[in-house]
Design a protein around this ligand. Structure first.
Ligand code: G6P
Length: 571
C-alpha cells in the first residue's frame, strides 16, 4: 500500500518523467498522489494525473497513497512538510507512536496541517536537525519510532535523499548518472536490471553518484547489488481495454513459461521444496485474499495424495498456528510483500519452522525471508484483482501434488485454458443477464469450494456486487433463507458430483437462477477437462471472465476498484 519514489540525477529530468515512474506504482494505492522537487509541491486526491509542465529538475520525491490515518483529502496527501518547509517527506507504513510524538512536538510549538500519522516524520526531523546532523537524526528515528516505514526525506539545503526502512519495502535502482528509490522494482525496471534492497532498520544517503547504507547504529554497511530479470513488455497494455482482460488472456503463456521453468531454471529449488515437504512433519500454508484460495486448493490436492496440510489466513496466523522445528510454512503471495504474511513468517522463524515460499515478485521480502522459494513466473500483474498470478500459483501447487501421486497432465493445461477463453462471448451473455443483480451466490464442494470463494471475491472486488462463495453442503444451514426468485447461483460441479447437483436443485426449487459450470453434465458452460485439478483452474478463469464482463457492463473502474490496493503492506 502506497507507492513511493525518489529520484536524484546528475542530468535534468522532466516532472513528467518522474510522474511516469510513480504511475507504475499506482496499483499500490490510488486515493491521492503528490510530488516535491524543492520548488514545486503537488498534493491532490484522485488517480495520478501527469502534469503538462515541461519543467526540469534533478531531484524529486513522489507518493501514491492508500489512506490509513486521515481521510482522502488534498491536505492528507503526501508529501508532508515541516513548519519551516525545510524538510519534506513521503512515507509508506504506519507510525504507531505518532500520537505521543505529535503531542510532544506540538508542545514544542509545531503546527500540523494534516490528520495523518506520517506528517509527524517531517516535524520530527525538523526538531532533530536543530541540534544534530541528518545522519544522527536517522539513527535516532530508527531507535525512537514504533511502527513500519519506508520513508524518503528531502532537506532543502542538501543534494541527497535520506531513505529509511522498517518492514515496508524499499529498493534502490542504481545507474551511472542517477539513483532511483522506489517501493518496488517495477518503477525502474525499464532503466536498469540492478537493485539494492534495504533490510530492516537500515538507512541510506543517496545522491546522483552514489548511495551509502548505514545500520541502525549509523555504521556504514556494504550491500549486494542484485540483478533481476523482468518481462518488461508485459506491463504494456497493448491492444486491450483493461489490464484485467490482458492479464487473463496471458494465462496460457504464463502457465507454459512456469511449467518450463520448473523443469529448467527452477528445477533445483522445486526439488528442494519437495524434499522439505517430505522431511517436515507439519505443512502449513499461509496467505491472504486470492492467494489464500490458491492455498486451500493446495491443501485439497495434497490431501488427495495422502499429505496432511492446512491453510491459514495470514492475519490470524499467530492465533491458529502451532509450529515447531518440524513444521514447514508455505507462504503463497503474488506481491511477496503482504504485511500480514511477513508478520506470520517472523512468527514462524521464532518457532524455528522452515519456510518455502511461492511468490511472483522476485527478491520480494517474502522471497528473501524463505529457506527456499519458487517463482510463479506470471510476470507483472497490474490490475488489482489477481488473475494470472492465481492460475500460476495453483499450477505450482498441482505440480507439487503431482510429485506425491496426484494424477494430472499439466502439459495440456495451456490449451484447456484457451478453450475457456474461447467461450468468452457466451460468458459475456451470462454476465449481461445478471449484471443488475444485488446479490449472488457461488457454490462448490471439495475442490470447487475454494474456487467458489475465489469467484465470489472477484465478483465483489471488481463488479461491486455482494457475492458469497460457499460450500454446497452448508447452504441449508442458513444462507438458503436468502434465496429468492431470480437470485443468481453459480454452481461449480466437477465430475458428476451428485451431492453438488442436489444442492443446486435445492436452490433452483426455491426460484434461484442457476448458472451451472460443469465438465461432465449439460450446463451453461462446459469445461474441457475430466481432471479435478484442472477443473479448479478452468472454473476460476470462467469466474474471472464473468466478473470482467459484469464490471464492463456496469461501467466500473476495472483495474483500480475503489478502496483496494494490490500490495497490502500494512496490517
Ligand atoms: C490484496 C490484493 C489481492 C491479493 C491479496 C494478497 O488484497 O488485492 O489480489 O490476493 O492482497 O496479496 P499477495 O500479494 O500476498 O498475494
Amino acid at each position: 500500500m502506497c507507492g513511493i519514489i525518489g529520484m536524484v540525477s546528475k542530468d535534468d529530468f522532466t516532472i513528467q518523467d518522474a510522474f511516469k515512474k510513480l504511475k507504475k506504482l499506482e496499483y499500490r494505492g490510488y486515493d491521492s498522489f503528490g510530488y516535491f522537487d524543492k520548488e514545486l509541491l503537488i498534493k491532490k486526491t484522485g488517480h495520478i494525473l501527469i502534469p503538462k509542465t515541461k519543467k526540469l529538475t534533478r531531484m524529486a520525491i513522489l507518493h501514491s497513497r492508500w489512506a490509513t490515518h486521515g481521510g482522502v483529502t488534498d491536505k492528507n496527501a503526501h508529501p508532508h512538510q515541516s513548519c519551516d518547509r525545510n524538510i519534506t517527506i513521503v512515507h509508506n507504513g504506519i507510525i504507531e507512536n505518532y500520537a505521543e510524538l505529535k503531542n510532544s512536538l506540538q508542545k514544542k510549538g509545531h503546527r500540523f496541517s494534516s490528520e495523518t500519522d506520517s506528517e509527524v516524520v517531517a516535524h520530527y526531523f525538523e526538531e532533530k536537525v536543530k541540534k544534530k546532523t541528518m545522519k544522527q537524526a536517522c539513527v535516532d528515528f530508527i531507535k525512537e519510532i514504533k511502527g513500519t516505514f519506508a520513508i524518503l526525506v528531502m532537506k532543502n539545503d542538501d543534494d541527497c535523499i535520506y531513505a529509511l526502512k522498517r518492514d515496508s519495502p524499499l529498493v534502490i535502482g542504481p545507474s551511472k548518472r542517477s539513483n532511483i528509490l522506489a517501493s518496488d522494482i517495477y518503477a525502474f525496471s525499464d532503466l536498469t536490471d540492478k537493485a539494492v534492497f534495504f533490510d530492516n532498520d537500515e538507512f541510506a544517503v543517496v545522491d546522483s553518484e552514489k548511495y551509502t547504507f548505514y545500520n541502525e547504529l549509523g555504521k556504514p554497511i556494504k550491500k549486494t547489488v542484485q540483478r533481476f530479470r523482468w518481462e518488461q513488455e508485459e506491463s504494456l497494455k497493448k491492444k486491450f481495454k483493461h489490464y484485467m482482460i490482458k492479464e487473463i488472456m496471458e494465462e496460457p503463456i504464463v502457465v507454459k513459461r512456469l511449467l518450463f521453468s520448473l523443469k529448467t531454471e527452477q528445477k533445483d529449488n522445486f526439488e528442494r521444496l519437495i524434499r522439505l515437504i517430505k522431511k517436515q512433519e507439519k505443512i502449513v500454508f499461509v496467505a491472504a485474499g486470492t492467494s489464500y484460495h490458491a492455498s486451500l486448493l493446495g491443501v485439497y490436492y495434497l490431501h488427495k495424495c495422502g499429505v496432511e496440510a492446512q491453510a491459514l489466513i495470514a492475519s490470524e496466523f499467530e492465533n491458529f498456528a502451532f509450529l515447531d522445528e518440524k513444521s514447514l510454512v508455505i507462504p503463497i503471495s503474488q506481491s511477496g510483500e503482504t504485511m500480514d504474511l511477513i508478520e506470520a513468517l517472523k512468527y514462524a522463524k521464532e518457532h524455528k519452522a522452515k519456510i518455502a515460499s511461492v511468490v511472483n515478485v522476485p527478491y520480494s521480502t517474502i522471497q528473501r525471508m524463505s529457506d527456499v522459494s519458487l517463482n510463479i513466473m506470471a510476470g507483472q500483474e497490474i490490475c488489482v484483482a489477481a488473475t494470472k498470478s492465481f492460475v500460476n500459483q495453483v499450477t505450482i501447487l498441482l505440480s507439487i501434488a503431482k510429485e506425491f501421486g496426484f494424477k494430472v497432465n499439466l502439459d495440456t493445461l495451456p490449451t484447456r485454458i484457451e478453450s475457456v477463453l474461447g467461450q468468452k462471448n457466451k460468458i459475456k451473455k451470462i454476465a449481461k443477464s445478471i449484471s443488475k443483480k444485488n446479490d449472488m451466490y457461488v457454490l462448490g464442494r471439495g475442490l470447487s469450494y475454494p474456487v467458489a470463494r475465489e469467484v465470489a471475491l472477484k465478483i465483489k472486488e471488481i463488479s461491486y456486487i455482494h457475492a458469497e462463495g460457499m460450500m454446497g453442503g452448508e447452504l441449508k444451514h442458513g444462507t438458503i433463507a436468502l434465496i429468492e426468485k431470480g437470485t443468481p447461483v453459480i454452481s461449480l460441479i466437477s465430475n458428476k458430483d451428485h451431492d453438488m447437483l442436489s444442492n443446486t436443485k435445492e436452490v433452483e426449487a426455491r426460484g434461484a437462477k442457476i448458472i451451472m459450470i460443469t465438465n461432465s453434465m449439460p450446463g451453461d458452460i462446459r469445461l474441457q477437462t475430466s481432471n479435478d485439478g484442472k477443473f479448479g483452474i478452468l472454473a476460476t478463469i470462467f469466474g474471472q471472465l464473468l466478473t470482467y464482463y459484469i464490471a464492463l457492463e456496469r461501467k466500473l473502474p476495472i483495474d483500480k476498484p475503489r478502496n483496494l490496493a494490490k500490495s497490502v503492506t500494512v496490517k
